[in-house]
Ligand binder design. Structure first.
Ligand SMILES: CC(C)(COP(=O)(O)OP(=O)(O)OC[C@H]1O[C@@H](n2cnc3c(N)ncnc32)[C@H](O)[C@@H]1OP(=O)(O)O)[C@@H](O)C(=O)NCCC(=O)NCCS
Length: 345
């Protein structure tokens, strides 16, 4: 067995009536787990290696408690004491390696590793996860399999109360699992589990963040961060803007935004931006668009497809209001614009 494993998580899960997992909330998550911790898991539980998910019984938890205490691991010992009181199943998920997930508990661990900022978007293999996740009603009574919702709603009504359904989705909102340090979120429902919000990020009510995507540092997000899209430190997404996703009808290249960029209000990008780029409010730059490129002195030098400018730095994209042509200029004002916006973060 390896001396270090990719990750493990210990938490509390919810199952449907048939015993299928709906979700797992991990309260202890670790990456690059060292040999000593692995030995404790091997000694205390039925874990025997590889990627494995186990439900821990009372005796497992007692052994874990004892072995962690022997190690002097006070923090984890206290956690085990608390988990022993859980009326829901206690789940141990060990990922010896970072392969594609094989069950729902593994998907939830991977998504939570991202949202806890223990790994960055794209650092873990998520292939096949949609088939493993169950469409769930996220309600005031916790997660409910949608196939069981009508029955639960009737039972609640018979007892004189209403189940509030917040969303019906394969993904829950991130904030019900973790709120990372140093962020503000206007509407928690718009941040899916598996988002990575860097310290100093504000997501206003209009903003949205999908899984395996997010901001690496301080950003003002008032637009959409599509699945897989990563926004660099100091970059802002203006109100209602869009980063083009790959899930429906878009290209298959996941785009990204570098540092200190501004995608203007109601603008959009189908190409990656390098550092210090600005896209004019209302302009959607798609990969195949023909763009008239200007040099530093404002002279037209070439017409290129936008994808050829993908990832390049210090660019300003505008639609010339007199000619209707989409133009690319050297961006001289990006930093000033960003500083103005960040004073209000
Ligand atoms: C593209 C943008 C950055 C340009 O702003 P700017 O750098 O301050 O430039 P200015 O508006 O001062 O314009 C500079 C010159 O270019 C001209 N110009 C600007 N946009 C133009 C356009 N689309 N077509 C033709 N000329 C244009 C101006 O008229 C001005 O001409 P002048 O030098 O002859 O006076 C700005 O219009 C923009 O879209 N900002 C996005 C802000 C935003 O959406 N923030 C998020 C809020 S939620």
């Amino acid at each position: 067995m390896k001396d270090q494993i990719f990750a493990f998580g210990l938490g509390i899960g919810t199952q449907n009536k048939g015993g299928d997992w709906l979700e797992v909330f991990y309260s202890a998550l670790r990456t690059n787990v060292e040999r000593s911790t692995l030995d404790v898991l091997l000694e205390s539980t039925n874990y025997e290696g590889d990627n494995n998910t186990l439900v821990l019984g009372e005796s497992d938890l007692n052994r874990l408690h004892m072995n962690l205490l022997k190690e002097g691991n006070i923090e984890q010992t206290k956690l085990i004491s608390r988990l022993k009181a859980s009326i829901q199943p206690v789940v141990l998920c060990v990922l010896a390696n970072n392969e594609a997930p094989s069950n729902l508990a593994e998907v939830y661990l991977k998504l939570q590793l991202i949202s806890h900022r223990l790994i960055k978007p794209h650092d873990t293999v998520l292939d096949g996860m949609f088939d493993l996740l169950i469409n769930t009603a996220w309600t005031s009574e916790g997660p409910i399999d949608i196939r069981e919702l009508a029955d639960r709603q009737l039972s609640a009504r018979i007892q004189g109360h209403t189940i509030e359904v917040f969303s019906v989705d394969k993904f829950p909102k991130m904030a019900n699992f973790v709120v990372p340090r140093g962020v503000r979120i206007g509407n928690a429902a718009r941040i899916r589990l598996g988002s990575y919000l860097g310290e100093g990020t504000t997501v206003m009510h209009e903003g949205f963040c999908n899984f395996n995507a997010g901001t690496l540092g301080s950003s003002m997000i008032e637009g959409r961060i599509s699945a897989g899209v990563v926004i660099g430190e100091g970059s802002d997404l203006g109100a209602g803007c869009s980063t083009m996703g790959t899930l429906s009808g878009g290209g298959n290249i996941v785009i990204s935004v570098g540092e200190k960029c501004l995608v203007g209000a109601n603008a959009g990008i189908g190409i990656s931006l390098g550092d210090r780029c600005t896209v004019e409010a209302g302009l959607y730059v798609t990969a195949g668009q023909k763009i008239l490129v200007h040099d530093n002195n404002g002279n037209q030098i070439a017409t290129v497809k936008a994808r050829e400018l993908s990832g390049k730095s210090d660019l300003l994209f505008i639609r010339n209001s007199e000619t209707g042509t989409v133009e690319c200029h050297t961006n001289k004002t990006a930093i000033v614009l960003n500083e103005e916006l960040h004073t209000h973060n």
